[in-house]
Structure formats: C-alpha cells, structure tokens
Design a protein around this ligand. Structure first.
Ligand code: FAD
Length: 516
C-alpha cells in the first residue's frame, strides 16, 4: 500500500459513472480473481456509494449532495450550482466548462460535468431508449445482446412510470399522429427508464432511480476497491508505450502516489477522458474531435379538458408524476422521424401561466426533440499545455458550431415537435424553444471507436486505444454515430463488451502464469 492506495492492481478504472461502474461489475462477474479498483476525483455522496441523488428523501441533504458534485468552485450551503462570471449556470449536480467553453464557433455555453462518485449517473433522468437505424454502431456485432445486458445492469423497465397519470392518453394521441408505417418496436411507447417501483406495506409505490450503485451491484463488498477524492493525473506507460499504471493525487491531503496496473480504463466523461489521455501524452489525431452535442428543441402543451375528463383522477391512486421523469418515447426513425422524442409530464406548467387553472398531475406535457448532430472533425475539445483547469489538469478549449445541415435538421425538428404538440393539445409557447449548445448533457465522439486505425477514431471496438496496449477508454465519447437518443444505455453496453474482452484476456494470462 502507498498511503490509502494499493501498490498494484490488475485493472485501474478511472471514473465511477455508469461506464466505470459497468466495467468494474463486468470484470468482477467474469473474472472475480482480478484485482480491480475504481479511482474517482469526486466525493462519495451516499450509502451505498453512487446512488442517484433523487433517492435522498431529505431535500436539504439532496441539495448538499448536488453541491458536492459541482466541482471545486461549488459552495456547500448554496441553493444553486455555481454561476460563471457571465451568469451561466449548470443543472443541479453539474458544473460548467470554464472560460474555454467557446474557443471557436459558438462553443458549448452550457457544456457541463459532474465530479462525484456516480458521476452524472447520480443526477441523470434515467431515460434508456435503444438506438435505432443509423444511430446504431453497426460494427459492434453483438450489440443487441450487449444492450440486453446493459438494461440488466441499469435495472431498465418500461413499466415503472407507464401508468403515470394521463400517460396512456398521451401515448394514444401521439401514436395516432405518428405511428403510421412505423415498424413494431419503434412506435410511440412508454420510455424505458432505469427506475424501479418499490411497493411499500401500504401498497403505495416509491420510485428508486438507478445510479451507478445499481450498476455496481455488490462488487464493492467483494474486493473491488473504490478510491474517492482521487484525481488521476496521468496514465503511466513503459518504454515500449504499453500501460504500466496511473499517477494519482489524493484530493484530501494533496499527496501523490503511483499505482501499478496491467490495464487502465479511462471512463472520465467525454470531456475529461480526452483530457487525461492528452495529459498522459497519448494524443492520436482523432482525440477530442468529432464532438457531438445533440441540438434540442422544447415545446410544452396542456392537455385539452375533454382528454382530462376521459381519464378519471382516481384511476391512478398511488402513482405520481415526477418533474423530470421521461414517461413516453417517440423513437428515432431514419425515414419518418429522424429525431428522438422524449415526452415528460409535469405537475405544473413549466412556464408560469396564472391565466390557466391549477391543474391535476400530468395535465402539462413537455416535449423535447433531440436531433442527430452533423458530426464534423473540426468540432472538438482541445487542451492547453500552458493553462490548467480547477483540478490542475490541461484546460479544455472547445471549438464547436452548427452546420447548414444542422440548421435544416433543427428546422425540421421544430416542425415535427409542433405537429406532435398539436396532436396532444394546446401549445403553451408560440414556437419551439431551441436550447443553447451543451444542453443535451450527452456529449459524444471525442474518443470514438472505429473499425480500423485510420486516423478518424481513437480506439477499437473493445475501447482499446490504438497503439497503446492496455489502455482502454469508456463512456459516451466512444459513440461514433450521429445519434439522437440518450446515450447511456449504449455506453454501458459498449463498456460491457470491452470489460468482457479484458476479463477473458487477463484471466487467461493469469492462468498461464503471467503475473505482470
Ligand atoms: P460520468 O457519469 O460523467 O462519470 C465520469 C466520472 O469520471 C465523474 O464522476 C468524474 O468525476 C470522473 N473523473 C473525471 N476525470 C477524472 C480524473 N482525472 N480522475 C478521476 N476521476 C475523474 N443520459 C441518458 O442516457 N439518459 C438520460 O435521461 C440522461 N439524463 C441526464 C440528466 C442530467 C441532469 C444529467 C446531468 C445527465 C443526463 N444524462 C442522461 C447523461 C448521463 O448521465 C451520462 O451519459 C452518463 O452519466 C455518462 O456516464 P460516464 O460514466 O461516461 O460519465
């Protein structure tokens, strides 16, 4: 041991979000003899570590957990996340990119991260739609089986909120307008969510939102190490370029240490995974490039009185609407509807409307349509050798903009969301609202996987970085396709694939006497 760290492990996982958690769980399930440890720059928020903050019942304790996730500038007792000098503010549990957010183009004004055990996965909305058509990574041969396993690890169910107040009416109306000619499985349906309904003694349902604690299962009780408040500063390599370990800094007392590892998995989000590779001198051409933030439009409607009248309140006794729960899903469809539609019902109008009556839960419906970005090499996060971020790592500089193709897709998305909203009722706003870049929180592409090492990808289909034996990457950054749907299910699926590959190889080498 070096202080609180082991001297050596078989696999060091950097980052404890859904991607890092899926690696740790899969490694342990497939090769329990391997020594696996997870290193995380942020603090533990919950018991068990990595639980979703929505499961913290006390609002003050939940707020404290959110502030503790918002990086070095957050104030523990503040009501809100920290604001930037120009007034930009992240969502609770996240903090924004620093002044490099727009080094070129429009940048990502609300590009955000979370630093805590569980990462953004302790704060997410838990929507887990499957990718369809061109969203899918077509060279991952066993993608469907990996997605099945990802659903198991995340505890995904389409039923947990399917009977939420008025949800059936919403799906009926949307389906009538949008389902014609859609293949089975890609019609309007309840959103698959990483949520489970726990029924208590009174029969009332309490929702448990899946954070990375669910993905981890019980592996922390069976030898997998977790090292919170630990910044991984560099991946260490031997003279031949192969991985030999990591250099870490204990955030509690500032001491530095090295941990030897046969394999290092960097699952440090789509902005900081390339940062750590850059800091380690691993700089393939595609690193940080092909940055993809899904452009997004919103529109809210109120369901008409006749629809409310057809769905008596008491049919839903014991169910509840949650302000940020995805309830219904309009799947991406290349030919008919190249957008991902997420339909969230609310207790109250998102826009204060004193002219409208106070309503019953679910009467207001927020529609969010995500577009696939026109992915380009020049949209990128690069890193500054001469400046550092609040953790002392190379400062990110974002070059990002929308293209003429993106403008067309956004115009089409606005038309599509307006049509969907009108199928439901009366839109509250005159026109769809276009959100600033970075709002999706689904950044992808910055460590993309590829079939071959042709300069347009960073890693192979298992996540192993081209030309750096033993170095793997994980997270949304791996996704190379122009997706519109939420990425975490795919990310966990790809992590499972990589971890199975490593478990097999390392276990085999260990059995063969290679104890390196
Ligand atoms: P993260 O969860 O971001 O975890 C990365 C971890 O790495 C962090 O904990 C970070 O502190 C750590 N780290 C970074 N650098 C270092 C370092 N150098 N050393 C040590 N540790 C480091 N996705 C969906 O699919 N569906 C949704 O409905 C959805 N809703 C969302 C709603 C919100 C409000 C937010 C914030 C996100 C949402 N997302 C959603 C996105 C989802 O949370 C992410 O896709 C997912 O968390 C990515 O997992 P990850 O493990 O790759 O990264």
């Amino acid at each position: 041991m070096t202080g609180r760290y082991p001297d050596a492990v078989d696999v060091a996982v950097v980052g404890s979000g859904p991607a890092g958690a899926a690696w740790a769980r899969t490694l342990h399930e497939n090769a329990p003899q391997l020594r696996v440890a997870v290193f995380e720059v942020g603090p533990v928020l919950s018991d068990p570590p990595g639980d979703h903050v929505k499961n913290i019942a006390d609002p003050r304790a939940r707020r404290r957990a959110q502030r503790a996730s918002e990086g070095p500038a957050a104030e523990a007792d503040a009501d809100q996340p920290p604001a930037s000098a120009d007034g930009r503010r992240g969502r609770p549990g996240t903090f924004l990119l620093g002044d490099g957010f727009a080094a070129g183009g429009t940048g990502l004004p609300v590009g955000a991260m979370s630093s805590n055990v569980g990462g953004m996965g302790a704060h997410w909305t838990c929507a887990c739609p499957r990718p369809g058509g061109t969203e899918r990574v077509d060279f991952v041969e066993d993608l469907d089986e990996l997605l099945d396993e990802a659903e198991r690890l995340l505890g995904v169910s389409a039923q947990a909120l399917a009977d939420a107040p008025l949800a059936g009416q919403v799906r009926r109306l949307l389906g009538a307008a949008l389902d014609a000619d859609r293949p089975a499985g890609r019609r309007v349906q309840p959103m698959p969510l990483a949520v489970r309904r726990e029924v208590d003694g009174t029969g009332a349902g309490r929702l448990h939102w899946s954070g990375p604690s669910v993905v981890l299962g019980d592996v922390l009780d069976h030898g997998v190490g977790l090292h919170p408040e630990t910044l991984v500063e560099r991946v260490l390599r031997d003279d031949g370029g192969a991985v030999r370990g990591i250099a870490v800094r204990d955030r509690r007392d500032g001491t530095a240490a090295e941990v030897a590892a046969r394999v290092v998995v960097v699952a440090a989000d789509a902005l900081r995974t390339p940062q750590l590779l850059f800091a380690s001198g691993v700089r393939p051409r595609a690193l940080g490039r092909y940055l993809n933030d899904q452009p997004q439009v919103l529109l809210a409607v109120r369901l008409p009185d006749e629809v409310l009248a057809g769905d008596p309140v008491d049919e839903h006794a014991g169910t509840a609407i949650d302000g940020s729960s995805g309830v219904s899903w309009v799947p991406f469809d290349d030919d008919r509807h190249p957008f991902h539609g997420q339909v969230m019902q609310m207790d109250a109008s998102p826009v204060p409307r004193p002219d409208l009556p106070a309503d019953r839960p679910g009467a207001y419906v927020g529609l969010g349509w995500f577009c696939a970005k026109d992915v380009r090499e020049q949209d990128r996060v690069e890193f500054d050798e001469s400046a550092t971020d609040d953790y002392g790592m190379p400062a990110p500089r974002v070059h990002y903009g929308l293209t003429a193709v993106d403008a067309e897709r956004l115009a089409a998305a606005k038309a599509a969301i307006t049509a969907a909203a009108r199928a439901l009722g009366r839109p509250i706003d005159d026109a769809p609202i276009e959100l600033p870049a970075g709002s999706s929180l689904h950044y992808q592409g910055t460590t993309r996987m590829g079939r071959t090492d042709d300069g347009t990808s960073v890693c192979d289909v298992n996540g192993e970085v081209w030309g750096v034996p033993g170095l793997f990457v994980a997270g949304n950054g791996l996704i190379p396709t122009e997706t519109a749907c939420n990425p975490t299910l795919t990310t966990v699926a790809l992590a499972v694939g990589g971890a199975r590959h490593v478990a097999k190889n390392l276990a085999h080498r260990t059995e063969g006497g290679d104890g390196s």
